[in-house]
Design a protein around this ligand. Structure first.
Ligand SMILES: Nc1ncnc2c1ncn2[C@@H]1O[C@H](COP(=O)(O)OP(=O)(O)OP(=O)(O)O)[C@@H](O)[C@H]1O
Ligand SMILES: [Mg+2]
Length: 289
């Protein structure tokens, strides 16, 4: 990629972290869809990426796990309606959301994370969900407005891309900020910039990025190998992304998510972004690990 390609054009230029911070509440002042009566969600963080398969679901679930370990009340809204995979990461494919006839409640993970997902509504969790965009958007907004949460932080696992559903989410949910999930190929950094620019236009700050599958660690000498080349963190910094966590390619991650044991994964991955969220939202940590 040439230098000029790497430069942000005027429309994409991010506005700086301080300015982003100031705008955090400006974005929130737009009319939003109301929560259910009795439902409480203090902060909402969207996890987004320009394309699929880069680790959004892993990042969403592990951020939730990390925040929960610190004692926060945490919810995950799985907004990837047709590719819902949060329940799999938490080993909750046999669990259902439930209703007492008046309210709808999220399913609760082993560590107490409140989870809503289209796959928690299916009779057979493996069934494909084939819906048009507007139906998916309205289901997500139903999750928001009809399920009773009690959360300090809600993490929204957004579907990949920058289409209709993402716009609905950004317009209708009171998102405090976004976390970008990216992998270190050049093309993805362009997409990350576009996602950051879109967030900028929508007045939603980018709190941080997870540079996923950035390297592998040699099991013998512990040397880091960068299969895509050394990660170009400067490109992301150009897009004014203040906190970046590098996450290696680690079979423990795919093992934990595929086995439904994300809550058992012990690693320092995503610590910088977790800390970035806490600082940005000015949260008081209930207790430490
Ligand atoms: N750092 C990592 N090391 C090893 N495996 C990983 C890592 N990150 C994610 N994976 C695995 O890669 C696959 C894709 O990750 P994930 O489902 O989180 O991506 P996604 O962006 O949510 O994909 P989709 O667009 O399909 O929703 C999963 O099997 C996951 O376990
Ligand atoms: Mg996913």
């Amino acid at each position: 990629m040439s230098d000029s390609d790497e430069k942000l054009d005027e429309s994409e230029k991010a506005i700086g972290y301080d300015e982003f911070k100031k705008r955090a509440t400006a974005g929130k002042s737009r009319p939003k869809t109301a929560l259910a009566p009795n439902s409480r969600v203090k902060h909402v963080i969207g996890v987004v990426s320009g394309k699929g398969g880069v680790g959004k679901t892993f990042v969403s679930s592990y951020l939730a796990v990390k925040l929960r370990r610190l004692g926060f009340r945490v919810a995950i809204l799985d907004a990837d309606v047709t590719g819902a995979s949060i329940p799999t990461a938490f080993g909750m494919n046999d669990v259902k959301m439930f209703s007492d006839g008046v309210n709808i409640y999220p399913a609760i993970s082993l560590s107490g994370i409140q989870i809503v997902s289209s796959s928690l509504l299916l009779e057979h969790p493996g069934d494909p969900v084939i819906w048009r965009g507007p139906m998916s958007s309205s289901l997500i907004m139903q999750f928001w407005s009809q399920v009773v949460f009690d959360a300090d932080v809600m993490i929204v696992d957004c579907p990949p891309g920058t289409s209709d559903i993402q716009l609905t989410l950004m317009e209708q949910l009171p998102l405090d900020g976004l976390v970008l999930a990216v992998t270190p190929q050049g093309l993805v950094s362009v997409i990350a910039r576009k996602a950051a620019a879109m967030a900028n236009m929508m007045d939603i700050p980018v709190i941080g990025a997870a540079m996923n599958m950035a390297y592998v660690t040699c099991p013998d000498c512990h040397h880091r190998i960068y299969p895509f080349g050394e990660v170009d963190l400067d490109t992301l910094k150009q897009a004014q992304i203040p906190v970046i966590s590098e996450v290696p390619f680690d079979p423990a991650i795919s093992g934990a998510t595929d086995r439904g044991a994300i809550e058992d994964l012990e690693a320092d991955y995503l610590d910088e972004v977790t800390r970035g969220i806490i600082d940005y939202l000015r949260l008081e940590v209930p207790h430490r690990d």
